[in-house]
Design a protein around this ligand. Structure first.
Ligand code: PNW
Length: 460
């Protein structure tokens, strides 16, 4: 049985909007996702986050279940509008108290909290009054919000993640318009990406100058990336795959590890890609204590040919494919999850090796990996063998990457329980626990029992 290095971190992940509910309780202000859900047609069957898993009220039960699994690490996010209802100004004491009690209870059960500051639920007022991530001033607001969190929770939280998946915020929120705030543009994503990076750098600077020495924690950013496999051995297709990875992950990781955007983005985007000042480059360079990675799927990449419809039969999400001149496709033999995402474990190994080489062997932590499948509840059990097979495949790929020299130190499964899957509402289930959204009842799936054993044995 393959084992992982001593001290390898095994965890599960969630996010505030997807599980908490209590959308207008405890002094919380509305977020852009509360608003987006109420626009007809944006979210599957008009689902909302009003109740979600009701984790806001049921967190003691959820933490008890975590402890039952033997979970030692749990990643969750803080809802900015619970802390600052309109995104600015004084902290809301009830919001502070909620997360403080959550953290205390996790620690009392021997579970280490990994806290994401921003997992997409922007205070609505910042969107309506300040244009959200399009406004350069948001870096200052985010720094202030982060400071409140470090101040309130940093005595107990030692693992911080500034932003979850800025690529999704920029591309799905401002490029394709399928996520809040629902804007469609081929210019705004690059502006938004720029201010997300500046905001990240400000939060890290705040932590490092005001808190890190005293509190002794670590802080980083989490990016998402699929793997891009060249469709053929041609030089053109290899270059296309490399370019696709640079537009996907290099966009957000190069500034953090190398101080600026990939050259290929500058060449192809010209003035649509903003530029960093020298001071910003200094703040960004080295601004992550670990390389947070969310990874779900793989596709082939080929050089786009004139007349190609880059979005025809689109497989997955390539971002703005025309900007990259990349045509994506999937091998018909690859199995897919209920999201339509291909299951290709070796893509995970190759991506880890690509990151390892490009960024100089950083410490990598997979902060999300997982899959959606439909559940059948029979006699109080969910026999989700496909989820077990998926996780076994990807965890094996992680093991191979480590054997090949990659400095991977942790793996978090998405997700601890079924939850609000954004534009798909409650129709997609990623959880290790089945949630009946009518009653809130949680049922551990077979995958939860399987993962508990992986954690216990540090391997499988
Ligand atoms: C991530 N894409 O979202 C998020 O961090 C989670 O909140 C989410 O539930 C999970 O993955 C599953 O979707 C993504 O289109 C959403 O490439 C979309 C994409 C990637 C990640």
């Amino acid at each position: 049985m393959p084992h992982f290095p001593e001290g390898f971190i095994w965890g599960t992940s969630t996010s505030s909007f997807q599980i908490e509910g209590a959308w207008d309780k405890g002094g919380k202000g509305p977020s852009i996702w509360d608003a987006f859900c109420r626009i007809p047609g944006r979210v599957h069957q008009g689902d909302t986050g009003e109740i979600a898993c009701d984790h806001y009220h049921r967190y003691p039960e959820d933490i008890a279940r975590m402890a039952e699994m033997g979970l030692k690490h749990y990643r969750f996010s803080i809802s900015w509008p619970r802390i600052q209802p309109d995104g600015k100004g004084k902290p809301n004491p009830e919001g502070i108290r909620f997360y403080s009690e959550l953290i205390d209870r996790l620690l009392a059960h021997g579970i280490t909290p990994w806290v994401t500051l921003y997992h997409w639920d922007l205070p609505l007022a910042l969107q309506m009054e300040d244009d959200g991530w399009l406004n350069p001033d948001i870096a200052t607001y985010f720094r202030r919000y982060a400071e409140i969190c470090f101040e309130a929770f940093g005595d107990r939280v030692k693992h911080w993640i500034t932003l979850n998946e800025p690529w999704v915020v920029a591309i799905l929120g401002y490029g394709q318009g399928t996520f809040a705030p629902g804007r469609i543009s081929n210019r705004e994503p690059y502006v938004v990406g720029h201010h997300l990076l500046r905001a990240h750098a400000e939060a890290v600077d705040c932590y490092r100058t005001q808190f890190q020495a005293r509190q002794g924690g670590r802080i980083g950013i989490t990016n998402n990336a699929d793997w891009r496999e060249p469709l053929t051995d041609s030089a053109e297709d290899k270059a296309a795959a490399e370019r696709a990875l640079e537009f996907f992950l290099g966009w957000f990781a190069d500034p953090v590890y190398r101080g600026d955007y990939p050259a290929v983005m500058r060449e192809r985007l010209g003035e649509r890609l903003p530029t960093f000042s020298e001071a910003e480059k200094v703040k960004l360079t080295g601004s992550s204590d670990f390389f947070g990675l969310n990874h779900y799927t793989t596709s082939y990449a080929a050089q786009a040919q004139p007349g190609d419809d880059l979005y025809a039969g689109i497989y997955g999400n390539g971002g703005l494919s025309e900007d990259q001149a990349v045509k994506l496709s999937a091998d018909p033999t690859w199995e897919k999850t209920s999201m339509g995402w291909t299951i290709v474990p070796w893509g995970c190994r190759k991506l880890l090796q690509w990151i390892d080489a490009r960024y100089g062997r950083p410490e990598i932590i997979i902060t999300e990996n997982g899959c959606a499948f439909d559940d059948v509840v029979e006699d109080g059990a969910v026999h989700d063998q496909r989820r077990i097979d998926f996780a076994r495949g990807y965890i094996s790929a992680c093991h191979e990457a480590i054997a090949a020299g990659v400095n991977l130190s942790g793996y978090f499964l998405w997700s601890f329980m079924d939850n609000f899957e954004w534009a798909s509402g409650y129709s997609k289930r990623f959880g290790l626990h089945h949630v009946d959204f009518a009653t809130g009842t949680r049922t551990p799936k077979d995958s939860a029992h399987w993962y508990a054993r992986v954690i216990r044995e540090n391997g499988w």
